[in-house]
Ligand binder design. Structure first.
Ligand code: APR
Ligand code: PHB
Length: 391
């Protein structure tokens, strides 16, 4: 088999890249290790930046999102028993975020690609990449027990944090920058109407909590826990009681409870590799970087990477120029580091750190007070949350 671009991984990065390339008349194949059903049902994040929303609409992929998603123009930060709204629309000139689950985005992207006759090879096994530094890199894989190969001009490593692409880069090429946090998030999906119209990020003595949603009937809630928290110790009642304590407000706020339909623990980590390229293979999305979920940036950063990659490939196939492809890593990393900073900052601002003394605790409260009372403070949160402009 041959393809101009071989894309490994059908997450947001790989699928969106395939659409951008297809629109530019560049042919590509997408290889995915899992089944279609698996990737369409995997529960993950759910906040799309304004720029991501606009792009999906521009590509004609936003129809279901506009119908079923919930556009939000603010979030609440809650601490000391009081809520403080950050008004995105006012602070950013009308921008907001869309609450729409990542697996719904995946469904829309897969359906559109299948309808357009584009290829996605599901259940690709033993995927490997070779000859990365040559003009014709090669992808090998197995499908239904048969060995296959694809000769490409370029490979896009969109296979997530645990993928094979980053690992295939020879030792010594990449530098890793990493930070692990001493906590995780216990998340639930519940058949319960959200207790507030907008997301609530709470900093409480007992730890961080977040109230999000998937629809007017489904809540998505998280609470700070130990990194390796054992779910057996968390029957539903205990989760609801703990959430209620952390969201408690002076005006008598009460969470709406309901059946828990999904439960899990997520680790928290910041991770970047530099550069995001080796020879003719480009890393995009989680294969190159991970952010803690506090800023809701993972998916949006994957989208930003593939916009740059698609533009570089378009320039190459259009005019033979390689300037943008050569600057891919540099362009992406400027945004990646700003988003890393924001995600780290939101995490530091809102979580309880066991190692913190009284001084740090008071400093954290003062920062929350500043961020929610100064227009400059609120603007810095708002403009990052709705998404910085694309370079
Ligand atoms: N071969 C083929 N596919 C693979 C392989 C492999 N060896 N390894 C992993 N994959 C697939 C995974 O099954 C997954 O579907 O690659 C895809 C990677 O998708 P994501 O992990 O969603 O990564 P990305 O597209 O970069 O999107 C980042 O996803 O998890 C969220 O928080 C993350 O929101 C962020 C976004
Ligand atoms: C979610 O709805 O899953 C969600 C929302 C905001 C975050 C993280 C996750 O910061």
């Amino acid at each position: 088999m041959k393809a101009q671009v071989g894309i490994i991984g059908a997450g947001p990065a790989g699928l969106l890249l395939a659409h951008l390339l297809q629109r530019a008349g560049i042919e590509c194949v997408v290889l995915e290790a899992q089944t279609r059903q698996y990737i369409e049902e995997r529960v993950r994040a759910g906040v799309l930046e304004q720029g991501t929303v606009d792009l999906l609409n521009e590509l004609g992929l936003g129809e279901r999102m506009m119908r079923q998603g919930l556009m939000h123009y603010g979030v609440e930060l809650r601490f000391g028993g009081r809520g403080h709204r950050i008004d995105f629309a006012d602070l950013t000139g009308g921008k907001g975020v869309m609450i729409y689950a990542q697996h719904e985005v995946i469904k829309d992207l897969v359906a559109a690609r299948v309808n357009a006759g584009g290829q996605i090879v599901f259940e690709a096994r033993k995927v490997g990449v070779e000859r990365l530094a040559s003009e014709k890199p090669l992808i090998r894989f197995e499908r239904d027990g048969a060995a296959k190969e694809i000769e490409c001009d370029f490979i896009a490593g969109c296979d997530g944090f645990h993928g094979i692409c980053r690992e295939a880069i020879p030792a010594g090429v990449l530098t890793t920058y990493e930070r692990n946090y001493p906590f995780g998030w216990l998340g639930i999906l519940a058949e319960a109407p959200p207790a507030s119209h907008e997301l609530i990020y709470a900093n409480h003595e007992r730890g961080f909590a977040l109230m999000s949603m998937r629809s007017p009937k489904i809540s998505r809630l998280y609470l700070q826990c130990k990194p390796e928290e054992d779910l057996d110790g968390w029957p539903d009642e205990r989760i609801w009681d703990e959430l209620q304590l952390r969201f408690a407000a002076l005006d008598g706020f009460s969470l709406t409870r309901g059946p828990v339909i999904q439960k899990g623990v997520t680790g928290m980590r910041s991770f970047v590799v530099e550069p995001m390229q080796h020879g003719r293979m480009f890393l995009a999305g989680d294969s190159a970087h991970i952010v803690p979920p506090t800023g809701a940036k993972g998916l949006n950063l994957a989208v930003a990477d593939v916009r740059v990659l698609a533009a570089g490939l378009q320039e190459f196939y259009g005019s033979g120029k390689r300037e943008m492809l050569e600057r891919y890593s540099e362009i992406c990393l400027r945004r990646v580091w700003k988003v890393q900073r924001f995600s780290w900052w939101m995490t530091s601002l809102l979580h309880r750190f066991e190692s913190d003394g009284e001084f740090d605790r008071r400093r954290q409260m003062a920062e929350l007070d500043y961020v929610t009372s100064s227009r400059a403070g609120m603007t810095t949160l708002a403009e990052n949350y709705v998404g910085l402009p694309m370079e």
